[in-house]
Design a protein around this ligand. Structure first.
Ligand SMILES: *Cc1c(COP(=O)(O)O)cnc(C)c1O
Length: 381
């Protein structure tokens, strides 16, 4: 393995891990990884208490309380949580409107299709936030719509969608609103206190800086109570799992015990950093350094700065004939940095994440490595 640079971020000791500048899984702290270095019996009191604690902490981060807005964690990646949310909280005779401007919105449409939930898509350009006028028109035209699903930060590009406006319009039209908050939760404001939402889905391995292995859904208590009859899956039934937690505090099926212990430790660091403000502030600084550095290197970002969330930045592929994503990727990985391929349908691009246990100096070191690699590859002089 190459020797990777150390960050000055206090809890980060990178050992031989590359710095992950991706949309997840992300770079985690040594402390978080160390929390996995013991075994837990899933039916033991200590583990039951640990589960209750992370559920409570997540409800509070979402601006709810465990009573008003219970958190139901679920085994698997973030998509498992989104699928569980749709299958458990949207009635079979509902009609879903998916607000789509990227791959994650399209994935929600795919979930609705497979779960047999009637749905329509309102699609817009990948580099622009959801068009509120078009959304208002669609709501007015189609009164059969019962549920709206929005991706808060569309990780395909890093576009931030207008959550509060969509929520206000959904509320005044009397519709339920479900949010894929996967890449925003913990870093960008999203709160049941301020915004009327039915439920949101997120995961341990994005802005909370835990390791991959669980997603979770936090939602209005009534939404879970209503759902019990129409779940589309045994293992992804959030309503049954919530009942289980209420009865004996236990997971119905084998929980990823180490992942949950790591999340609890990651949440300690989230609190120590100043919660959402601290974490969001660090990511905003990372993003600012990154976009300024890309600009200095002559690389163009595809999202308008006003619509850019400080989560992930999409870079237009350089026009140079010397450009090859694979070569750029390998050269950066050789220096200890993993970037991410693009997902834009219309344009060749790549992505660089601003999230994870990464601070400003680490981002500056990455930019220095990027400059050196671009020189090596003949992309700049
Ligand atoms: C990461 C992400 C997901 C979940 O992806 P997984 O690969 O299943 O973890 C869903 N939606 C958005 C917006 C995401 O960024």
């Amino acid at each position: 393995m190459p020797h990777f640079q150390q960050s000055v971020f206090p809890s980060m000791e990178l050992s031989d891990s590359p710095l992950l500048l991706t949309p997840g899984p992300l770079t985690t702290s040594a402390e978080t990884r160390a929390a996995m270095n013991r075994d837990w019996g899933s039916r033991d009191e200590a583990f039951i208490a640990l589960t209750a604690r992370i559920r409570r902490r997540l409800s509070l981060i979402a601006g709810g309380t465990p009573e008003s807005h219970p958190c139901v964690p679920i085994q698997g990646s973030g998509t498992f949580a989104v699928e569980a949310m749709i299958g458990s909280l949207i009635p079979r005779d509902g009609k879903v409107l998916v607000l789509e401007n990227g791959a994650y919105g399209r994935r929600i449409g795919e979930i609705c299709r497979i779960l047999d939930r009637p749905f329509v898509m309102l699609s817009g350009p990948e580099t622009k936030p959801t068009d509120l006028d078009a959304f208002g028109d669609r709501l007015a035209e189609d009164p059969a719509i019962t549920d709206i699903v929005l991706v808060h930060c569309e990780t395909t590009t890093g576009v931030l969608n207008p959550l509060d406006d969509v929520a206000a319009m959904a509320e005044s039209a009397g519709k339920r609103l479900l949010i894929d908050a996967m890449s925003s939760f913990g870093a960008l404001p999203i709160s049941f206190r301020d915004t009327r939402m039915t439920a949101l889905a997120a995961s341990s391995n994005k802005c909370l800086e835990g390791v991959p292995g669980i997603g979770f859904v936090i939602g209005e208590k009534d939404a879970f109570a209503r759902g019990t009859d129409f779940a589309a899956s045994l293992s992804l039934d959030l309503c049954a799992q919530l009942k289980g937690f209420e009865v004996n505090g236990q997971w119905r099926f084998t929980p990823p015990t180490h992942v949950i212990a790591a999340l609890d430790k990651a949440l300690d660091q989230f609190d120590a950093e100043g919660g959402l403000e601290g974490r969001g502030g660090r990511y905003a600084d990372n993003c600012h350094r990154l976009t300024a550095g890309l600009d200095r290197l002559g690389l163009k970002t595809v999202v308008d700065p006003n619509a850019q969330a400080p989560i992930i930045v999409t870079v237009a592929a350089p026009q140079s004939p010397a450009y090859d994503f694979g070569a750029l990727y390998d050269a950066l990985l050789g220096r200890g940095y993993a970037i991410y391929p693009g997902k834009l349908t219309e344009q060749d691009s790549f992505r660089i994440g601003c999230i994870g246990a990464i601070d400003g100096p680490a981002m500056d070191q990455f930019l220095a490595a990027l400059e050196a690699v671009m020189k090596e590859l003949g992309l700049i002089r």
